[in-house]
Structure formats: structure tokens, C-alpha cells
Design a protein around this ligand. Structure first.
Ligand SMILES: *Cc1c(COP(=O)(O)O)cnc(C)c1O
Length: 362
């Protein structure tokens, strides 16, 4: 069966000696490998204001704190995502306000965002779902007009671009996840990127109980409670090995995605997604809309190919029942979208077979 997701790890000969060395080095907590990994990732994204964390969820939690969101405030978000985008809003005690999605791609619809802004809105969080980049031209207009910070959830969008530069360069806060099935994994891990450097020191204290690494433990005074969110040397060592392969790995997702964009044009029963202007998708999953989705997924499985929705909409969870509202764009999108395998493990032969199978119909 060709799976929808699969963790990539560098060759054993490369990874194992590095892991063995760090495990027996006497220093597995946060140290030099973590700072080296941060430097490599900063260079990859092209932004110096980035800190590593233990998970993408930690990064979301810190982003909302740094954005100044308080209990009772509102954050406009999307239901078309994995759970942490929104459970981390609940962690702050803020209220999720569901924006609707564009039914042609499942991405947060700026028109809906604009209509939902109140004096309580303290942040807009958007998700580049499956690697497709949101309509940032419009989102930034709204952010500027109402002076509301944008949190970009790039957990699915490593390597995606806006205006020719990596995502992670433009928004007030951008988060990445290095969880098992993302484009790049360190088993678990995350990054928080900020547009301005002026919150770097506070962000670093928040990731380590509220302590500053610049002073000795004896000279430290905690003035704001922080968390245990730092990355460790073991995860960072995996990350340093991953960085040597990131262009090739992410490049394979993208070339497979572009192949499908061409090969699946005008196939009966398939509706391709609409990509936003000035954006470049990084195809964490290949996403499209199909007619009779259950039949489609069954037919694919009979041919040894996994196809599914992978994510459950976030707005139906009991913890969010007070936020419930009608989302017609979401209803349309959610009843038709599907993912097919697209990642680094999908060979040229695999992708040709996948297209052939779809073209035969279901
Ligand atoms: C994976 C993921 C996260 C956070 O992931 P962690 O598992 O905490 O690293 C956040 N948002 C989305 C959309 C995700 O898929």
C-alpha cells in the first residue's frame, strides 16, 4: 500500500554515529547542537528571529502569548486543520472564532475573516493546509487595517513560498512542526519565527521556565512564568542531519505535486484546487476535490494506494461548542476534499500508476 504520510530519516550510516556520539557525550539537554540547528534553520528560511522548541504546539502557545492574547479575547481561526492550531487557543483561555474557508482550496477565506473582526479580536491564525499557502495579500491588508497580528501555522508548509521567499519571513509569528509525519522530523520539535527581533529574549525565557540563559542560575530572577518547551540535543542532532537532505526531500514533495497538477487536469470527477496568487505550494499532501469520495477512496485502496481526508474538522469538538456557527464554504469543501500520496517515498513509477488508476474512473 502506498501510504499518505511517512517519516523521512537520513541514511543510517550518517544518522547513527551522530546519535551515538550525542547520547554518550554527557550533554543531552539543550546545548550547542540545538543552537547549531537553529542557525541552519534560520539560514534555510532566511530569517534570524527564530527559536527552536520541543513541538509545534509549544510554538503556537508561545505565539499567542507573545501576541498579547488574554483569557476571554477572540482569535479568528480555521476549522480546516489539525487539532493543535485550536487546542492551543483554548490553552490561553481565548475564544476561537471560526472563519469560513474558500471552497476551492479549503484555506481561510479573507472575506470571512474581515466580517468577524470585533474589538475583542487579538490575533488571526491561519493554516497553509497541506502546504497550500493562504491568500496572504488579503490577510496582510486586514492585519494592517485593524492592527491585528497574524500567526501563521506552517506545520504543513515547510518550503512553501510567498512572493518568492519562504513562508516564515512575513508574519508577526510563524510556527513550524517537526513532528513525525511532517516534511522534516526530529521525532518531535518545532520552531517559532518572528518578524521582529524585539521579542526574542522574552520568547527564549518563556521556553525555559522564565529563566534567562544569559545569566547564571543563581543570578536569575523569574519575572514571568515560562514553560518547559526547549528542544534537546538529541532531537537537534537528528535535525542537523535532516538539514543536509531538506532541499532534496521537500523538492520531491513539490515535484510530485506539480506532476499531479498537470496530469490530473480535466479528469472527469476530479476538481483541482485553486492556488492563491504569489504563492508556491509545498505539497505536504496532494489535495483535490472528487465526486463520490467514498467510492474514490475504496477504488484507490483496491489498487494499493491510500487516499483519505486525514484530518477531522476542528469545529465539531465539544470544547468548541460555544464557537459553533454555520460555515457554508467548509461544508462544501469538507464533503469533497481528499488527499493522495505525494511525499518523498512516491517514486516516478508510483505517481504514474496513481494517475493511471484515477483516469480509469471509479
Ligand atoms: C502537526 C501540527 C501542529 C503542531 O504539531 P506538534 O505535533 O505539536 O509539533 C500544528 N498545526 C498543524 C496544522 C499540524 O499539522
Amino acid at each position: 500500500m502506498i501510504p499518505l504520510v511517512k517519516p523521512y530519516f537520513p541514511p543510517r550510516e550518517e544518522l547513527m554515529p551522530a546519535l551515538e556520539e550525542i547520547l554518550y557525550s554527557g550533554y543531552v539537554a539543550t546545548g550547542q547542537p540545538v543552537f547549531d540547528f537553529e542557525d541552519k534553520f534560520k539560514a534555510y528560511i532566511g530569517n534570524d528571529n527564530i527559536i527552536s522548541l520541543h513541538s509545534g504546539t509549544d510554538a503556537l502557545h508561545l505565539a499567542y502569548i507573545l501576541a498579547g492574547v488574554k483569557p476571554g479575547d477572540e482569535i479568528i481561526s480555521t476549522p480546516m486543520t489539525a487539532e493543535p492550531t485550536n487546542t492551543s487557543i483554548a490553552m490561553i483561555g481565548a475564544k476561537v472564532v471560526w472563519g469560513d474557508v474558500d471552497p476551492t482550496n479549503g484555506l481561510l477565506d479573507p472575506k470571512s475573516v474581515r466580517s468577524l473582526i470585533t474589538e475583542k479580536t487579538k490575533a488571526i491564525v491561519l493554516v497553509h493546509y497541506a502546504g497550500m499557502v493562504c491568500d496572504m495579500d488579503e490577510i496582510y491588508k486586514i492585519s494592517k487595517e485593524f492592527d491585528i497580528p497574524v500567526v501563521e501555522d506552517c506545520a504543513h508548509a515547510m518550503g512553501a513560498k510567498y512572493n518568492g521567499k519562504m513562508v516564515g519571513n512575513y508574519s508577526d509569528y510563524t510556527i513550524y512542526s517537526l513532528q513525525a509525519i511532517k516534511h522534516m522530523t526530529t521525532v518531535d520539535g518545532g520552531f517559532l519565527a518572528m518578524k521582529n527581533g524585539n521579542q526574542m529574549e522574552r520568547a527564549k525565557r518563556l521556553r525555559w521556565f522564565g529563566l534567562s540563559k544569559d545569566k547564571s542560575r543563581l543570578d536569575n530572577d523569574i519575572t514571568e512564568v515560562g514553560y518547559k518547551y526547549a528542544m534537546n540535543n538529541v532531537n537537534a542532532t537528528i535535525g542537523l542531519c535532516q538539514m543536509k537532505h531538506i532541499d532534496e526531500v521537500v523538492g520531491t514533495y513539490i515535484s510530485n505535486g506539480k506532476y499531479y497538477d498537470e496530469a490530473l487536469k480535466n479528469v472527469p470527477g476530479v476538481e483541482l484546487v485553486r492556488y492563491n496568487n504569489n504563492t508556491e505550494c509545498s505539497y505536504w499532501l496532494y489535495t483535490m476535490k472528487v465526486e463520490r469520495r467514498d467510492d474514490f477512496c475504496r477504488m484507490m485502496e483496491e489498487n494499493g494506494i491510500l487516499a483519505s481526508q486525514l484530518h477531522h474538522r476542528s469545529d465539531t469538538h465539544s470544547i468548541f461548542k460555544e464557537s459553533k456557527r454555520d460555515l457554508p464554504g467548509m461544508e462544501d469543501w469538507y464533503s469533497h476534499f481528499v488527499h493522495i500520496p505525494c511525499g518523498w517515498w512516491v517514486s516516478k513509477e508510483d505517481r504514474e500508476k496513481i494517475v493511471e488508476v484515477i483516469k480509469k474512473g471509479w
